[in-house]
Design a protein around this ligand. Structure first.
Ligand code: ZN
Ligand code: ZN
Length: 250
């Protein structure tokens, strides 16, 4: 499984960090986990277009995690080169209704005519998509928020939080994961409810016993040297601070 950070930022526009997104490649299938603004253009740098994404998993529907779905669907209608392959979307219950409202807001401009969008509402359960076992659990952010764990048949595992506060669900998803990607929004002294601080990330990862930890979703107030030191004071595993286009092979 190859994992690429497509956006390590937040709602705040930045030249250095796109909003949230992770590309997961496994067995020739390309999936996005969240689709924040800027990530669609970043995909082009890897040679991937609106034709190439097979599936999108959403952690929740805040704009910094889903906005590029709109230009993605619009581009997929390009009359000279329309998308032909069906698209699957996996998200929590309630997403289908939200998606339909979004489609109505744009009248017919986003509605696919040359392919189909299939929305799988997955709650706290495990399902298998193209040989990848995918578990979702509630995390502490908004009602729709779900964290995910992806596991290959060989037992390699990836856990991704989306936005969350400290919670049991995320610890379970990250149990002995080869890589856990956790949001780390702000420094310890500027804690935002519904989000994690470096110390909380370290504790959560240590409790989960994940092998590698990658922190992401940095608001501009984060001093990365301080984030690293503070998190490492409680987490003993290998620690990475996400940058856009950072890659992991697990
Ligand atoms: Zn966010
Ligand atoms: Zn959010």
């Amino acid at each position: 499984m190859k994992v690429t950070i497509m956006g390590s930022g937040t709602m705040v526009p930045s030249n250095d960090r796109n909003s949230s997104g992770v590309l997961i490649e496994h067995d020739g299938i390309h999936s996005m986990l969240d689709f924040g603004y800027g990530t669609l253009r970043h995909l082009l740098k890897l040679g991937l277009t609106y034709h190439d994404i097979d599936r999108v998993y959403f952690t929740h529907n805040h704009p910094d995690h889903m906005c590029d779905l709109v230009p993605f669907l619009f581009a997929s209608r390009y009359h000279a080169d329309p998308r032909k392959k069906d698209l699957e979307i996996v998200a929590a219950p309630g997403f289908k209704e939200y998606f339909n409202t979004l489609m109505q807001a744009y009248k017919r401009w986003l509605i696919p005519s040359t392919y189909q969008v299939q929305i799988m509402e997955q709650d706290e359960e495990t399902r298998t998509y193209d040989g990848l076992s995918v578990t979702s659990k509630k995390v502490k952010h908004i009602d729709m928020s779900r964290g995910y764990r992806f596991q290959t048949a060989e037992g390699k595992s990836l856990a991704v939080s989306g936005d969350t506060d400290y919670c049991e669900g995320m610890i379970e998803l990250g149990k002995e994961a080869d890589l856990m990607i956790l949001e780390c929004s702000s420094p310890d002294n500027m804690k935002l409810p519904g989000h994690l601080t470096p110390t909380e990330c370290g504790k959560l990862a240590e409790e989960a016993g994940c092998r590698k930890l990658c922190l992401t979703h940095f608001y501009p107030v984060c001093d990365l040297e301080d984030v690293r030191a503070t998190c490492h004071a409680v987490y003993t595993g290998e620690l990475f601070l996400a940058e856009d286009l950072m890659e992991f092979n697990i």
